[in-house]
Structure formats: structure tokens, C-alpha cells
Design a protein around this ligand. Structure first.
Ligand code: FAD
Ligand code: DHB
Length: 383
């Protein structure tokens, strides 16, 4: 269920193992291919996309980065990934580009991918034959399956259909959000800049040599109408600006506010329905982990399903939730750590600011602290 990164990568992994699947998606193809979200792929995510044959454009157009910069108290400090992680890197490539490549690959397999499905209801997953009922092009359809993969994001139906009491929810809200823009302007720096500033956090990222992606910490209930383009550029300039450095401006082509929260449900399974990606966990975006975790989940799920279909061995499926939750909680911690270190706390005091600055200077001056940040950022091979 769901044609986001989790659902599409899972479907492709299953296809490569010769296992049939039907992908159901409530939105249109057009909508999915233009929905602007994450942009940083861990080394392991990019390698997996390559290995399953959907990495051609990613390798051509993706921007390989060997570090990020942390900015505070008017200075930038570089964290170098390859030297701190045994040669690992990240690739900057928009989530909607990953989704485009995966949709094209799925359609090429000629296996079913149905867009704009309606009235989806899942049932029977505590029996041996789960069912999915849905509407498509005016028809009502009932699908009987061996398993349901709930890859339908944070507002999907799969998690909501699990009986109350079967799941434990772990949650944290943050008192801020990100205002994100895409601008038709060349990036102003070769690498991402995470800036801690007394006016709030700011992030300089990019999508291509001609498109910049920028974020500002704002209030969770921020009204976009209060942010005309000049105010956004002005605020970015104040938070990211340094002597001798200018921020390239350009036409703003996309604007949005994203709330920030941490959320995990355990276990990520109920009978024959498995949850993967945002349907089971949300991280605040500061560590750039959301998309990468979704892909990591389905990689494990595909192995478990393959063992079951190939030789009736259900042991990997039984371990699925426990196995993926180790990585999920590592990413939850890293995302919380980056978020807490870099955002201005509205009700924080001078003591909080001193603690954040102490942590930032530690990360930028101790090779061991820098290595810890770097290995989490590029993605841990084993958790
Ligand atoms: P999704 O991509 O959400 O895919 C789920 C799919 O299921 C969707 O296509 C949805 O339409 C479909 N669906 C939902 N309900 C149904 C239904 N009933 N039937 C059928 N289909 C259904 N992460 C970062 O790391 N950095 C970022 O900057 C960042 N920015 C983000 C900005 C926004 C606005 C959002 C919402 C998320 C952002 N994320 C970011 C998180 C990242 O995009 C997600 O972690 C990632 O999309 C997870 O992939 P997924 O496949 O699990 O879920
Ligand atoms: C981007 C998003 C993130 O959450 C992040 O930490 C770094 C970059 C991006 O959209 O480019």
C-alpha cells in the first residue's frame, strides 16, 4: 500500500525475486512526481538503488557530497565524511526524482501499479488471507493477498486499521517547524550548511547546479502568507550570511511549512500486515533520515518475504520488527540530537544556548565527536 519510496522500492525488490505484488496509491502519478520532500541519500540508499537497476539518472544527475558545514558564532566548520567514515559519502538527489525513477522501473516490469485508488480498507491480516478493498476507475475491487505491506505514510490506513492496544506509540513534538523553499538560483556553497543562529536555525541545500533548497526554522503554526519572498530572502541572509559570502537569490518556485515530530510505533507488524517507512515512524528532518529509513525497512522486509516464499521460512519475517527497530531508534536519536543541537528553543534560556554551543564546538573540534556525527549522517552499515 502506497507508492512512496518504501512501497516502490519494496515492489521492485520483490519483482527482482520473482514475487508478485500489486501497488496501490491514492494520489496521481503527476502529484507524486512533483511532491517536493527530502533530498539527501545515504551511501547505502544510493548503492541499493544502483544495485536494483534504478540508479542510472541518480548517478548522472545526483550530486555526490563529501561533507557538510556547521555554522555558528559567525564561522563555518566542515565535517569531512570520507576521512571520518572510511570513504563514505552522500548523494543529493530529490525524493521526487527517486520516485520518478522507481515509477518508470515499475511500469517497465508491467506489474500492477494503480494510481488514484479510493476508499481503501484493509482486513483479515490476523488470518492467513488478508484482503484489501478499494475503488479504481469507478470499479469496486477486492484483493486477496498473502501479505500486506503498509507503506502508506504517516496518514495512511494500514496503521490506523490495527486494533487499539496492539501497538505502543512513542512520540515527541517539537516547538518549531521548517519553512522550505526551492529557488531558481545556483547554490551559494558547494556543500550543505546547517546554521545555528540566535534568530533560529537555517539550512542551505540544493537540488542541482541551478536550483537551491533552503529552510528556515519557524513557529509550528507559521502562516505562509506572512512570508513574502523578500522576507524569506532577508531572513535567510541574516541567518546564513557571513563576511565575504553572498546568498544567491532567484525566483522562488515552491514554498511550504513542515511540522516536526518524532514518532514510532512498536511492533511494526500485526499478523500478516507489516508497516514500513513513515507509516511506522517519523523523524524530524534535521538528520535527513526519513527517506533513508523507509528504504532500509523494506530492504529487510523483502528479504523476509523472499525467505517465506522461497522455502516457507518465516523466521526472518518474525524478526522483522525487532530487526528494523534498532536502526529506527538509532535514527530517531540522531535526528533528535541534530534537531536539539541546532534549533533555537523558544522557551530556552542562556543556559540552553551555552549547552548547544558547547556541543557544536565539541563536534567541530574533536575528531571522535565529528566521526560519530559523520557515520550517522552518511548512514551506519550495521546497527
Ligand atoms: P511516503 O513518501 O509518504 O509514501 C506513502 C504513500 O502512500 C504516499 O504516496 C501516499 O499518497 C500513499 N497513501 C497514503 N494513504 C494511502 C491509502 N489509503 N491508499 C493508498 N495509498 C496511500 N525527510 C527528510 O529526510 N528530509 C526532508 O527534508 C524531508 N522533508 C519532508 C517534507 C514533507 C512535507 C514531508 C511530509 C516529509 C518530509 N520528509 C523529509 C520525510 C520523507 O519525505 C519521508 O520520510 C519519506 O517520504 C518516507 O517514505 P514512505 O514511502 O514511507 O512514505
Ligand atoms: C535536505 C533536507 C534535510 O532534512 C536535510 O537535513 C538536508 C537537506 C534537502 O531537502 O535538501
Amino acid at each position: 500500500m502506497g507508492a512512496g519510496p518504501a512501497g516502490l522500492v519494496l515492489a521492485h525488490l520483490l519483482h527482482l525475486k520473482g514475487i508478485d505484488s500489486v501497488v496501490l496509491e491514492s494520489q496521481s502519478r503527476e502529484y507524486l512526481e512533483h511532491r517536493v520532500r527530502a533530498g539527501v541519500l545515504e551511501q547505502g540508499t544510493a548503492d541499493l538503488l544502483d544495485a536494483i537497476g534504478v540508479g542510472d539518472r541518480l548517478r548522472r544527475e545526483g550530486l555526490v557530497h563529501e561533507g557538510i558545514e556547521l555554522q555558528f558564532e559567525g564561522e563555518r566548520h566542515r565535517i569531512d565524511f570520507p576521512s571520518l567514515t572510511g570513504g563514505r559519502r552522500i548523494t543529493v538527489y530529490g525524493q521526487q526524482e527517486v520516485v520518478k525513477d522507481l515509477i518508470a522501473a515499475r511500469l517497465e516490469t508491467e506489474r500492477p501499479l494503480l494510481f488514484e485508488v479510493t476508499d481503501v480498507a484493509v482486513g483479515g491480516f490476523e488470518s492467513d488471507s488478508p484482503t484489501i478493498r478499494f475503488g479504481h476507475e469507478g470499479e469496486k475491487i477486492e484483493l486477496r493477498c498473502d501479505f500486506i505491506a503498509g507503506c502508506d505514510g504517516s496518514h495512511g490506513v494500514c496503521r490506523e486499521s490495527i486494533p487499539e492496544g496492539a501497538l505502543t506509540v512513542f512520540e515527541r513534538e517539537y516547538p518549531f517547524a521548517w519553512l522550505g523553499i526551492l529557488a531558481a538560483a545556483p547554490p551559494s556553497n558547494d556543500e550543505l550548511i546547517y546554521a545555528y543562529h540566535e534568530r533560529g536555525f537555517a539550512l542551505h541545500s540544493m537540488r542541482s547546479p541551478t536550483v537551491t533548497r533552503l529552510y528556515l526554522q519557524v513557529r509550528p503554526d507559521e502562516d505562509l502568507d506572512e512570508w513574502p519572498d523578500e522576507r524569506i530572502w532577508d531572513e535567510l541572509e541574516r541567518r546564513l550570511g557571513l563576511e565575504g559570502w553572498t546568498l544567491n537569490n532567484g525566483e522562488i518556485t515552491e514554498k511550504g511549512v513542515t511540522g516536526m515530530r518524532s514518532f514510532v510505533v512498536e511492533p511494526m507488524q500485526c499478523g500478516r500486515m507489516f508497516l514500513a517507512g513513515d507509516s511506522a515512524h517519523i523523524v524530524p528532518p534535521t538528520g535527513a533520515k526519513g527517506l533513508n529509513l523507509a528504504v532500509a525497512d523494506v530492504r529487510v522486509l523483502a528479504e523476509g518475504l523472499a525467505a517465506w516464499f522461497e522455502n516457507g521460512d518465516g523466521s526472518a519475517l518474525e524478526r522483522y520488527s525487532a530487526d528494523v527497530l534498532r536502526r529506527v531508534w538509532r535514527a530517531e536519536h540522531f535526528s533528535w540530537f541534530m534537531t536539539s543541537m541546532l534549533h533555537r528553543l523558544e522557551d530556552g534560556d542562556a543556559f540552553d544556548v551555552k549547552l548547544q554551543l558547547a556541543q557544536l564546538s565539541y563536534v567541530c573540534s574533536s575528531e571522535r565527536a565529528a566521526a560519530s556525527l559523520a557515520e550517522n549522517y552518511v548512514g551506519l552499515e550495521h546497527v
